[in-house]
Design a protein around this ligand. Sequence first.
Ligand code: IMP
Length: 188
Amino acid sequence: MIFVTNNAHKLQEVSAMLGGKIALQNLRDIGCTDEIPETADTLEGNALMKARYIHERYGTDCFADDTGLEVAALGGEPGVYSARYAGPGHDSEANMQKLLTNLEGKSDRRAQFRTVIALIKEGKEYLFEGIVTGSILEEREEGEGFGYDPIFRPDGYEYSFARLGDEVKNRISHRARAVEKLVEFLKQ
Ligand code: IMP
């Protein structure tokens, strides 16, 4: 099955969740070097846009995902703009810094990661959603992972995703929950 992504970390994360049940190929494996547009203003729209792009050109079954960090006190921001919150060309450090600055002095630290997976199978489209609720820490914690992991603490845990590590994160994350639904569907 083709996973429409260039992110090696994500491919590894999702492959680990599938436990070898489904072999995944990424964009490089199928020789696609295009910059696939992600210009929708919702996670659902972006996931569908990426899956449709590959399905239209390669005619194969495939799935794509899109994720956002939705912060309650910021009206759901950065949401679909999570990757480029601090502006184009900025990295995760800048994004986290901007978020911490925008939350300074705010007592409501609630946030959630939300992943939407769009699957195209035999020409039909399906959406799967995974959510993990938590809160934004005052300061970053060192560890594994990527993106906002150093400042996101999932509910029910004492530490950030970064400090909890990939093994715990892969069991409880937004992406894990969306992938679980995808796998359940594919098994039927
Ligand atoms: P994408 O749609 O999966 O590429 O995610 C968009 C942005 O959300 C990424 O660039 C990250 O900043 C953030 N993000 C997505 N998934 C995660 C995660 O599992 N941990 C931390 N940040 C994430």
